[in-house]
Design a protein around this ligand. Structure first.
Ligand code: NAP
Length: 350
């Protein structure tokens, strides 16, 4: 018996992974541990329990809760912490070590708590959900995106822990969600006609291999379920792989704006203005907080460098094993703007 624990099981990625494990009969629900920072009296706890999974409490801030929750677990899906504010203002070259400091300062501090606890609890295999930046013909160790710094730092820590303690590791660079286009399109309000802008200023632009959350959940579940299977281990253990759609269907943020304009019946376009004007516009004209805006602005430099133009067949191959194909980003945009619709066929008719 191989128990699989999922961090953030109530969230979008962890939830999609839990659903896929159950829906595709990849693991008996009773062998899945759904981890949550909530408590047994919460609605989250009740909802997770209704899946048949065992629900256990663990908080990133307290490694002891993780160690307790990971008893008798063989495989850990470490979904990264949602606490992005921890990274605001952290220098890009900060590598997660702060001599003399009691705690690291960025999101990696949460991940390190979980990783250290997993080692103490005797977990055999840690699968980490990193992010789909940094593609350089393969998984590079550098990125211009601030959002990637804590992931790279965590990846390095995992490799060192894996080597020191004989724990198997796999790093999944999860593609950029189809569903996250509003964030990339200048924090666009996706509800039809709620965002008044016809022009969205951005620091830069570049092609993105957008990937649906459902597909990431299914692919992540298939990786997790391969634990203990010889071929699965050969395929994933010790590797850093991208779970992402392919360059043939990649779209820039500007192209996404075109789809959004079509769907809402009122055009919207991207204006590439450079980083300084981007930061000025979102802080002064849109009233957003500077630390978060500055942190996110570096994302566009990474896009311009082609970091998210990922060419890895892994996602397609995994989905094909359960008879699925990737959900196109156009379909997701249409669903989010209008609650459904087929952008491509509408465009062909027009
Ligand atoms: N690939 C992408 O495009 C993309 C987009 C956005 C984010 N991400 C990254 O992927 C991660 C997962 O994203 P998501 O979309 O699934 O996020 P999400 O829907 O916000 O879920 C985050 C999960 O974290 C759990 N959580 C919150 N505080 C916690 C704590 N203190 N200790 C332990 N667990 C805690 C929450 O569960 P409980 O409330 O039940 O504890 C929740 O299930 C994010 O954290 C982010 O780093 C990736």
């Amino acid at each position: 018996m191989s128990r699989i624990a999922i961090v953030g099981a109530s969230g979008k990625l962890g939830g999609a992974t839990l659903s896929a494990l159950v829906a595709h009969n990849l693991a008996p629900p009773s062998d899945i541990i759904a981890m949550t920072s909530s408590t047994p009296d919460s609605q989250t706890w009740a909802k997770l329990s209704s899946t048949g999974a065992q629900v256990r409490h663990a908080r990133f801030e307290d490694g002891a809760t993780f160690e307790d929750a990971l008893r008798d677990v063989q495989t850990l899906f470490l979904v990264s912490t949602p606490d992005i504010a921890l990274d605001f203002g952290v220098a890009m070259d900060y590598d997660g070590t702060a001599p003399g400091a009691e705690k690291d300062i960025g999101r990696e501090s949460h991940h390190k708590n979980a990783i250290d606890a997993a080692v103490k609890a005797g977990v055999k295999w840690i699968v980490y959900s990193s992010l789909g930046f940094g593609f350089k013909g393969g998984a590079g160790g550098e990125s211009k995106a601030g959002v990637m710094r804590a992931h790279l730092c965590t990846e390095a820590y995992l490799r060192s822990v894996g080597a020191a303690h004989g724990v198997k590791i796999t790093i999944l660079r999860e593609g950029l969600y189809n569903e996250s286009w509003p964030l990339y399109l200048g924090y666009f309000d996706s509800r039809n006609a709620k965002d008044e802008r016809d022009v969205v200023p951005l620091a830069g632009d570049g092609k993105i291999c957008w990937t649906a959350i459902r597909d990431l959940g299914v692919a992540s579940a298939l990786v997790l379920a391969s634990g203990g299977i010889e071929d699965g281990e050969k395929e994933f253990v010790g590797r850093t792989v991208y779970l992402s759609t392919r360059p043939g269907t990649a779209r820039t943020v500007g192209e996404i704006a075109g789809i959004v304009g079509w769907e809402r019946g009122r055009g919207v376009r991207v204006d590439v203005v450079g980083r300084e004007e981007h930061e000025r516009y979102y802080t002064e004209d849109r009233g957003m907080q500077r630390p978060g805006v500055e942190w996110w602005a570096s994302t566009y430099e990474a896009l311009e460098d082609g970091e998210c133009l990922v060419d890895d067949p892994m996602l397609e191959n995994l989905l094909a094993r359960v008879g699925l194909k990737p959900i196109p980003v156009e379909e997701t945009v249409a669903a989010m703007i209008k609650g459904g619709g087929d952008w491509k066929s509408k465009q062909q008719k027009a």
